[in-house]
Design a protein around this ligand. Structure first.
Ligand SMILES: *[C@@H]1O[C@H](CO)[C@@H](O)[C@H](O)[C@H]1NC(C)=O
Ligand SMILES: *[C@@H]1O[C@H](CO)[C@@H](O)[C@H](O)[C@H]1NC(C)=O
Ligand SMILES: *[C@@H]1O[C@H](CO)[C@@H](O)[C@H](O)[C@H]1NC(C)=O
Ligand SMILES: *[C@@H]1O[C@H](CO)[C@@H](O)[C@H](O)[C@H]1NC(C)=O
Length: 363
């Protein structure tokens, strides 16, 4: 006991002395001072007033920096969220505002485009589909404001989080189909449909989280049908290798299909199969798109996404490039599919530019 205390006291004294030395040597800026300072104390790097040892690694947005030879050496990736671009957009007169999305912070631009989108450009077949013009009498005056979930409460579905799964082809198709089925059935079938069912089962789109085509998704909805999202929920790990298709359907000979397997989870019992009639294409005239949404419900749109769109918060989006980031490595462009759910009033703008977009961030 006795010696134990002694040792304790001595070692705490040593610590104090050592700390004092360290304090002195950090303050003592004269490197020539030749007293008993421990050299390693002066080594390492500083950041935000904190000291880091040689070899420390810290993350700076999407880059990692290593303290080496008293300097931070950082990787040089272009990040998905660029604070300068947010500043630039919010201080300029571009008609929209930008923000920092915490789920994108830390990703490289490359990763964002690889994991957060996921729809192939429209195929020639899709582009040559006949356009349907709403036969409804011309709505001469479109409302100032329209939100599908206000007109059809409980029948439309908020976006699911696609996380790092590049399958907007599946998420947007399942969501638009679910809304349309609820609206057309006047609320009889309000289940959300399963994007995982499409991701894991849609033939030819089996790259799943590696992008896919919406034509194939609609084909699957019409010919095979999907179960609800509750029945076939999203996998936690889209990278897992055992994500094989866990659902199948068979025709009853009267044009309806039925699931041949139980839901791949223990909670939901209903494995009802939902099918759609063939999809149709709406003219890209914005007035026509709005008429279509107001009368029949949300529509799906394929859009071109530039790097700045990952910062989009509100307003009418127009592509903006940051003057300081002229270089090609800051530029990216790829297709994405979203659900359009309504229109919002923006003072001083024509009706044609007020389509609200839902589904991009899938929060
Ligand atoms: C300096 O401190 C480190 C640990 O902080 C120690 O490993 C090293 O032996 C010390 N060097 C001298 C000369 O005291
Ligand atoms: C952006 O958000 C992340 C996560 O919330 C945060 O760590 C980071 O500091 C933010 N960046 C800026 C520039 O505000
Ligand atoms: C899949 O793996 C890649 C590379 O390891 C990773 O960056 C990505 O976040 C993963 N995706 C998901 C959905 O976990
Ligand atoms: C869009 O369609 C409306 C009629 O629905 C028409 O009045 C308008 O001129 C069209 N706009 C364009 C750009 O073609």
């Amino acid at each position: 006991m006795w010696t134990g205390y002694r040792i304790l006291i001595v070692s705490s004294l040593l610590t104090e002395i050592w700390m004092e030395k360290q304090y002195v040597s950090q303050r003592q800026v004269d490197p020539g001072a030749d007293f008993t300072r421990n050299h390693t104390v002066l080594e390492g790097c500083l950041r935000d007033g904190e000291h880091y040892e040689e070899g420390s690694v810290i993350k700076e947005n999407c880059n990692s920096c290593t303290c080496s030879g008293q300097q931070w050496k950082c990787s040089q990736h272009v990040c998905l969220i660029e604070p300068e671009l947010i500043e630039h957009v919010n201080h300029g007169d571009y008609g929209w505002t930008a923000q920092n999305y915490s789920q994108f912070w830390g990703m490289t631009l490359e990763e964002g485009f690889k994991y957060r989108l996921g729809t192939f450009p429209p195929s020639p077949k899709l582009l040559s589909m006949n356009e349907v013009t709403a036969p409804l009498a011309a709505i001469t005056d479109l409302p100032e404001f329209f939100v599908a979930s206000y007109k059809w409460p409980g029948w439309t579905h908020g976006p699911l989080d696609q996380k790092n799964c590049a399958a907007s082809w599946a998420f947007s198709t399942a969501s638009v189909a679910a809304d349309r089925i609820a609206i057309q059935s006047k609320g009889r079938y309000t289940a959300n449909l399963s994007p995982q069912n499409l991701i894991s089962c849609c033939p030819k789109n089996r790259h799943g989280c590696n992008s896919g085509s919406i034509d194939r998704a609609w084909w699957y909805l019409r010919k095979r049908g999907l179960v609800s999202h509750a029945c076939y929920p999203l996998f936690k790990d889209q990278n897992a290798t055992n994500n094989a298709c866990a659902m199948a359907s068979r025709s009853d000979g009267r044009g309806k299909r039925h699931a041949t397997k139980p839901c791949p989870n223990n909670i939901e019992k209903s494995n009802r199969i939902y099918q759609c009639s063939p999809p149709y294409r709406v003219s890209s005239n914005e007035t026509e798109i709005m008429k279509e949404i107001i009368h029949n419900g949300p529509v799906q749109a394929i859009m071109q996404v530039h790097e700045d769109f990952f910062h989009y918060k509100s307003g009418i989006y127009r592509h903006v490039t940051n003057a300081n980031e002229e270089s090609e490595k800051y530029r990216k462009l790829r297709t994405h599919a979203v659900k359009l759910t309504g229109l919002l009033p923006i003072p001083g703008e024509s009706h044609g530019e007020r389509t609200a977009i839902s589904g991009f961030f899938e929060e």
